[in-house]
Write a protein that binds this ligand. Structure first.
Ligand code: HEC
Length: 95
């Protein structure tokens, strides 16, 4: 590889990194201004399920166990039925 291609590779990875960063900031921006109702299960999980204890990853439990866990945690976390449903949906898809 000559110096020129190396430089070109470096700058393109910088650009890719920049685009990625903007993308992440965009997502975070959306998440904080988005009304609670429009949030996805993954967002709600990320915001609520780490408030009291370390976040439990989707793979830690089976589908049926998540039903039970979230029905318990729903009352603790003060979630609406709709929010709990979305979180369970996300956990089941991701486990
Ligand atoms: C208001 C605080 C609070 C919030 C918010 C909360 N939890 Fe919990 N969670 C607890 C407490 C306290 C325990 C331990 C006592 C118990 O099992 O009831 C617990 C236990 C658990 C356990 C059982 C762990 C085990 O090893 O048996 C899981 C799984 C869990 N939480 C998942 C979640 C998920 C998923 C959410 C988001 C929907 C959530 N928690 C939100 C307080 C909370």
């Amino acid at each position: 590889m000559n110096g020129k291609t190396e430089r070109r590779l470096k700058s393109s990875s910088l650009i890719a990194g920049g685009i990625f960063l903007i993308f992440i900031l965009f997502i975070i921006g959306c998440a904080t201004t988005m009304p609670q109702k429009q949030k996805t299960g993954a967002m709600l999980w990320g915001e609520n399920c780490n408030r009291c204890h370390n976040v439990r990853t989707p793979s830690e439990f089976e589908d049926a166990q998540w039903d039970v866990v979230v029905s318990h945690m729903r009352t603790r976390a003060n979630l609406t039925a709709n929010e709990a449903e979305k979180i369970v949906g996300f956990l089941k898809v991701a486990n």
